[in-house]
Write a protein that binds this ligand. Structure first.
Ligand SMILES: Nc1ncnc2c1ncn2[C@@H]1O[C@H](COP(=O)(O)OP(=O)(O)O)[C@@H](O)[C@H]1O
Ligand SMILES: [Mg+2]
Length: 260
């Protein structure tokens, strides 16, 4: 595991070859009853970047990523994923786009009655029907090494610490080769040291698998470690966007509340 020696905690920028958007959200609206959660929200996720989405609890961050994977239906606006508006796709077409998107849930729940290996085999068998057992075994070995848990293969989830379970959840997300990963509060509930390990692992995954990611968080240390760029949500819209440096130097009260 690499360590972050930088005093300023500014991430070495990842090369984004082009300014190609892999996700482009335009005018997204979502209400529940009379409550407007997303209100004309627009932003882009560029190829290869880690985009951190900050926002207070209840600001609609989870609703946003559920709309992106089609778990929630938006009221209006467009969500282009690889230039396809997923709000207009059939169930079958949506299924194909979703294969390209990995989703690390806030709970990151593993199947308690299955070993780590079985937990990782499950999505592989479901999504990649043509792979044989040898390929599956190699793939699982590879991802476990990449999350630093090569020896956890035959463990049960109950034998793992919270940080280890999070690593296995991440392994399960990357085992099917997603192009985009959506992280919902990846460090919530973890102690500061483990949180930093998970944040560094998010960067490792970005580099190794060349993924583009949205990292939803209210953990400012996670944002500092992982962000190539940030946006902050407020009242269902993008309140501010830009570099970590821009956010750190902001004199806006709402932003300073995060960066104190
Ligand atoms: N399925 C739902 N039905 C009704 N209200 C919801 C639903 N999902 C989320 N909300 C409401 O939307 C708002 C934003 O929720 P959420 O996206 O979970 O916030 P957070 O930014 O903390 O992730 C909250 O007020 C929540 O109560
Ligand atoms: Mg949430």
């Amino acid at each position: 595991m690499k360590t972050n020696q930088s005093e300023e905690l500014v991430k070495e920028p990842v090369k984004t070859d082009t300014k190609e958007a892999v996700i482009e959200i335009t005018g997204l609206c979502k209400s529940f009853g009379g409550q407007e959660v997303l209100n004309n929200l627009s932003f882009k996720l560029f190829n290869g970047e880690n985009l951190v989405v900050l926002g207070k609890s209840g600001s609609g961050k989870s609703v946003l990523i559920k709309c992106i994977v089609g778990l929630l239906k938006s009221d209006s606006g467009t969500i282009q994923v690889f230039n396809q508006d997923i709000t207009k796709l059939t169930v079958k077409e949506l299924g194909e786009v979703r294969q390209k998107i990995g989703f690390l849930f806030q709970s990151g729940a593993l199947y308690d009655s299955m070993t780590v290996k079985e937990n990782l085999e499950f999505p592989l068998r479901r999504m990649k029907e043509h792979v044989n057992q040898k390929e599956i075994d190699e793939k699982i070995k590879d991802v476990l090494e990449n999350v630093g848990l090569a020896d956890a293969l035959d463990k049960m989830p109950s034998q793992l610490s919270g940080g280890m379970r999070k690593r296995i959840s991440l392994a399960r997300t990357i085992v099917v080769d997603p192009l985009i990963i959506l992280y919902d509060e990846p460090t919530t509930g973890l102690d500061p040291v483990t949180s930093e390990e998970i944040s560094l692992l998010i960067n490792d995954v970005q580099k190794k698998y060349k993924t583009s990611s949205i990292i939803i968080t209210h953990d400012i240390e996670c944002a500092r470690t992982t962000a190539d760029r940030l946006i902050m949500l407020q009242d269902g819209q993008v309140y501010e966007k830009g570099s970590l440096n821009k956010f750190e130097k902001s004199t806006d009260e709402l932003i300073m509340a995060f960066f104190k």
